[in-house]
Design a protein around this ligand. Structure first.
Ligand SMILES: [Zn+2]
Length: 313
């Protein structure tokens, strides 16, 4: 009698949970958006996003709410290559969730699936010594070609985490792949006027975007990746760039814009328009359909506008 009651209660507990629910912890909004794009629409997904567009993903506080979210996760989807080195290990340790420890099938790092720019194999640098890219540039989501490869890898990981959804995930992944290939070609064609355009940027948040579209990043407002701009460094950049001013100074939305504003202002005083572009370094709205595609659309629109403004000056 007691055993039957226990079984009944057990079944009841299962019935409360939606079938095939998966709980995913995304370190950055782009991975939340990609997970949503690959997950079947009629299956339940609990998606936690640790960061948003106004935050620097290098520097996040390991808050109790994030620990609780990681503790409940079946799968964590993060960038890797040291991007989250300052906070994810603390979350993993405090969450004590074996499913999302490094090396577990539920811990997905995008950077392990594609070659990185500025790779530093085995360097193992110290982020506190001023270089937050100790393993290479981790901001690969700004290259749609690499994103496409990561999408296929993430689809396989989602299938392993939710075998009952494997066929539906495969269909979503195929549809995403076809759509993304078409969009990537269209973006490349649309961005043709940007090829060879020179930019000064703060940090290499958009390094993969420049690489993909053939823009030339001639200056980084940071003296080293992750080190705040200094007056001396900015002054030397200004002197170096005066002879051939860049198309724009590009700062990510989560960064302090003062250094970029100063540099842009110095050119303006000298009679040269070098606009300050403040661009989102990730999707502002990871829950929206087509969030990733709309982000690339917006980045290209802003850069093309700066290009055409520059051409008419
Ligand atoms: Zn970085």
């Amino acid at each position: 009698m007691l055993r039957r009651a226990a079984v009944a209660i057990g079944l009841l507990a299962f019935a409360v949970l939606p079938a095939h629910a998966l709980t995913v912890f995304a370190c950055e909004p782009e991975w939340a958006a990609l997970t949503r794009a690959l997950w079947p629409q009629d299956a339940t997904l609990r998606l936690h996003v640790a960061t948003h567009v106004a935050q620097d993903p290098h520097h996040i506080e390991a808050r109790p709410a994030l620990i609780a979210q990681l503790r409940s996760a079946d799968l964590a989807v993060c960038t890797g290559a040291g991007l989250e080195a300052g906070w994810l290990p603390a979350l993993q340790q405090r969450a004590g969730n074996a499913r999302v420890q490094d090396g577990a099938p539920g811990m997905f790092y995008a950077t392990t699936h594609v070659p990185l720019l500025d790779p530093k194999p085995g360097a193992g640098g110290n982020p506190f010594a001023g270089d937050v890219h100790a393993e290479g540039n981790p901001h690969l989501h700004a290259d749609p070609r690499r994103l496409r490869t990561v999408a296929q890898a993430l689809a396989r990981t989602l299938q392993a985490a939710a075998p009952a959804q494997a066929a539906a995930i495969a269909a979503r992944a195929d549809a995403f792949d076809r759509d993304w290939a078409t969009r990537t070609t269209a973006w490349s064609e649309r961005a043709a006027p940007l090829r060879g355009a020179v930019v000064a940027a703060q940090h290499s948040s958009f390094g993969y975007l420049w690489d993909w579209l053939g823009l030339v990043p001639v200056a980084d407002l940071e003296p080293k990746p992750g080190m705040a701009p200094t007056p001396g460094h900015l002054q030397s950049l200004l002197e170096r760039l005066r002879a051939a001013p860049p198309m724009a100074v590009v700062v990510a939305r989560h960064q302090d814009p003062r250094a970029g504003r100063w540099l842009s202002g110095q050119f303006a005083q000298a009679g040269t328009a070098v606009p300050l572009l403040v661009l989102p370094a990730t999707v502002p709205d990871p829950d929206a359909p087509d969030a990733l595609a709309r982000w690339f659309d917006a980045l290209l629109a802003a850069l093309l506008q700066a290009r055409s403004d520059g051409a008419t000056r």
